[in-house]
Design a protein around this ligand. Structure first.
Ligand SMILES: [Cu+2]
Length: 118
């Protein structure tokens, strides 16, 4: 009987956690496309501590993204086949990242800005 009661209590707690999880934005997806020589959108706003899936695709050429400030330490190669990577930024700030894979004449100016907010 006691066991049954605690199971029920556990179910209630789990249920409440579920509700709390729904209230807080769970996981968010941001679509980012890359072409010669720009990322779209050029500015991506992320929330500190919130897991966000970046869906990366190249509409032209091949590009790369490394953004250690938001937790993306390993370069992701961006091609016409969409790739996803999930990051959970831990640091508030504005971080400008350059394309991480040489892509041609405009490579040096190819940037994306991540704004991490509270
Ligand atoms: Cu490049």
């Amino acid at each position: 009987m006691k066991f049954g009661t605690s199971l029920m209590a556990a179910a209630i707690v789990l249920g409440m956690t579920g509700i709390a999880g729904a209230a807080a934005p769970a996981s968010k997806t941001v679509n980012i496309s890359a072409k010669n020589f720009a990322f779209t959108p050029a500015v991506v706003t992320l929330k500190e501590g919130q897991p966000t899936t970046l869906k990366l695709v190249a509409t032209e050429g091949a590009h790369g993204l490394t953004a250690p400030e938001i937790g993306l330490t390993k370069m992701v190669t961006i091609t016409s086949a969409p790739t996803t990577v999930t990051v959970t930024p831990q640091k508030v700030g504005t971080f400008v990242e350059h394309c991480a894979l040489f892509c041609g004449a405009g490579h040096a100016n190819m940037v994306i800005t991540f704004k991490v907010v509270k």
